[in-house]
Write a protein that binds this ligand. Structure first.
Ligand code: NDP
Length: 609
């Protein structure tokens, strides 16, 4: 096939048809129901392998100023930004044994962040830390999370190995009653929920999964006791083992080269190949990244966000494959689509997309020596259909004698499991160990999942209220009937590939709301009119992206092939514009949602010192 720029109409039609056929091979009638949650008989998959036995402690019955649900970067940043505003008692409640969230749980061999470390790691200006690699290993990121928590004194009140089980507004004390699985029932004047978006691991509902007698675990709970080694490799426990891995998404891409180095034999069970672009990780100096003045990290991060949000920027500071392909990723942002005539734009976009995917497929052909294996590793869908990945070792792993690629597309994934191993296309692959790199459930963490009931004024449950009318918020953060509750998430706000940046902007906003309420002696609660106005604003420019996702290969971006709900679920102009909108609103209109009525405190006056 020729490069995209020179594709004839016939070649483009051929490509479209190939994409359609490849999609058909993978769409399953059970859609998102094909997965299993790690609970009940599969609950052991979600146990914490890092924390050891949680220490005994007395249940808490006290009162804090702010309870932050979740100790990942969202919760840590909320805590840090509250501290900067002088808020005294901030209690972070976290299921894991320490801060870090996704970087606490995910410690698999090869783990890195494929977003540049100088824009991904938050509060670099404030902590004075300058990462030394363009793409940081997971452990460095986890340590940075701890660094921030220490600097902002978040350990003092934190509760680890503790899950919040309900939040209930108590009108009498004007506080939230926070109940946990450790018997706590304490009060918090404000609650900030930062429960993450991809935090509940999922397993494939493969028939017979429970019958397998070998060893199994999920990549987000790596069993180093079994494999030996560290996130840097050296998995000596696998030297004589037949190891299988299911999943070739962003996690699989990173873990497979490490498993290939050390496993006796590695079987990679692939359903859909990822697009795997150049990563080019390298050591960097402070000079390379312009870390020579206050605010350097903020400038670099803003520049990255502008580019990947489809906004104009004078220079490209990060200059990697994310920024180079931003136009393809962010095509759904209206600012891109408004450029010129819609039909002409769509046509030009399709050609550019084909060029990019041809480049990705050509890379497979260049690197992978076995022709049949190379064909199976080529992705046949549009670039934005699945999360792009980046690696300089993944494709090379398939040139090793101890690695076998088993394509499962024709059977819609692994057919079944037996006591001995895995069956695909009638062939049984005997295994000692099977590792699930099968990802996380979307939108089922925290208060939007129903797993953490939130009862507002009059005992109304947030999700019951939303079930009737759909989500109702102002800017995604606050809801009428749920005073002093601040939600950090993606519903009715805006997101980006550099998610820590988004979280930091949310944290700044949350802390500003708390500080303003304290200063005014008020309660934070938007009116229904303010919610209506926000929902109308979201609807006004909602992009028509349903067609795009409906044609995509299945995955978590499109509810496993079902397409994605159109309608006002997110701010349509991208994260950069959303953050600017929030800044303006804080300056000009924040008072609108501060209602009279000082929260009643057990003792002391203001939460802000
Ligand atoms: P994903 O959901 O992206 O991938 C899951 C994989 O499991 C897919 O390859 C899927 O195939 C496969 N799979 C599921 N069920 C079966 C089955 N029955 N048989 C065979 N294969 C199956 O999860 P990841 O953990 O890879 O990534 C999740 C997200 O986490 C990423 O998208 C990214 O946002 C984030 N992440 C970020 C990293 C970073 O560097 N910043 C690194 C790692 C993760 P199919 O595609 O066909 O569904």
């Amino acid at each position: 096939m020729t490069q995209g720029q020179t594709l004839s109409p016939e070649e483009l039609a051929e490509l479209r048809e190939r994409y359609r056929l490849e999609r058909e091979r993978r769409v399953r009638p059970d859609g998102t129901r094909q997965y299993l949650a790690a609970d009940a008989e599969f609950g052991y998959y979600a146990e914490d392998p890092y924390a050891g036995e949680a220490p005994e402690r007395e249940p808490l019955r006290d009162r804090v100023d702010v309870a932050v649900v979740g100790g990942g970067f969202g919760g840590i940043l909320a805590g840090a930004r509250l501290r900067q505003r002088g808020v005294r008692r901030v209690r972070v409640i976290e299921k894991g044994g320490d801060f870090g969230g996704t970087w606490y749980w995910n410690r698999y061999p090869g783990i890195h962040c494929d977003i540049e470390s100088h824009v991904y790691l938050p509060l670099l200006d404030e902590t004075g830390y300058v990462p030394e690699w363009k793409y940081a290993p997971g452990e460095e990121i986890r340590r940075h999370a701890v660094r921030i928590a220490e600097k902002f004194d978040l350990y003092a009140d934190a509760l680890f190995s503790t899950a919040v089980t309900s939040l209930t507004w108590d009108e009498e004390t004007r506080a939230w009653v926070v109940a946990t699985d450790r018997g706590d029932e304490f009060r918090a004047t404000y609650v900030i929920t930062a429960t993450g978006t991809l935090s509940e691991l999922k397993l494939p509902g493969i028939p017979g999964i429970e019958t397998f007698k070998g060893h199994t675990f999920h990549t987000s709970r790596w069993d180093y006791a079994y494999t030996g080694g560290t996130p840097d490799g050296g998995l000596t426990g696998l030297a004589d083992k037949r190891v299988g891995v299911v999943g070739t998404g962003a996690t699989g891409i990173q873990v497979i080269p490490k498993l290939a180095e050390d496993a006796g034999h590695l079987y990679v069970f692939q359903r859909t190949p990822s697009s795997v672009d150049v990563r080019a990780n390298r050591r960097t100096t402070a000079q390379d990244v312009g870390a020579d003045h206050d605010g350097w990290a903020r400038e670099r991060r803003d520049n990255f966000l502008r580019i990947v949000s489809g906004e104009p920027a004078e220079e490209d500071l990060v200059a990697d494959r994310w920024t180079a392909s931003a136009g393809l990723l962010e095509k759904l942002v209206p600012s891109f689509r408004r450029q010129g005539d819609r039909a002409a734009f769509e046509a030009a976009y399709e050609v550019a997309d084909a060029a990019k995917m041809n480049e990705i497929r050509a890379r497979v052909e260049r690197i992978v020596t076995d022709r049949d294996t190379a064909e199976k590793l080529k992705p046949w869908y549009r670039y934005a259909c699945k999360r792009p990945t980046f690696s300089d070792t993944y494709l090379q792993a398939f040139n090793r004698d101890n690695v076998t690629l088993v394509d499962t597309a024709d059977t819609h994934g692994i057919e079944r499991m037996t006591e001995r191993g895995v069956v695909v296309g009638g062939t049984e692959y005997a295994l000692d160990c099977l590792i699930f790199a099968t990802g996380f459930s979307v939108g089922v963490s925290g208060i939007h999942s129903g797993r953490l009931p939130v009862h507002g004024r009059g005992g109304v449950q947030l999700l019951d209220a939303w079930r009737k009318e759909g989500p109702r918020t102002l800017h995604g953060f606050t809801s009428n009937g749920f005073p002093n509750l601040i939600q950090m998430g993606t519903v009715q706000s805006a997101s980006s590939v550099n998610y820590t940046h988004v979280l930091d902007e949310h944290a700044v906003h949350a802390a500003a709301l708390v500080a303003a309420a304290e200063a005014k002696g008020a309660v934070i609660e938007p009116s229904r009119e303010a919610e209506d106005a926000w929902i109308a604003a979201l609807a006004e420019d909602a992009p028509d992206h349903e067609w795009f996702h409906a044609e995509c290969t299945p995955g978590y971006y499109n509810a496993e092939g079902r397409g994605r709900a159109n309608g006002p679920t997110a701010y349509p102009h991208g994260a950069s514009a959303f953050h600017e909108l929030l800044r303006r609103w804080r300056e000009e209109s924040m008072d609108e949602i501060l209602r009279a009525g000082t929260p009643v405190r057990g003792q002391g006056n203001s939460a802000v010192s």
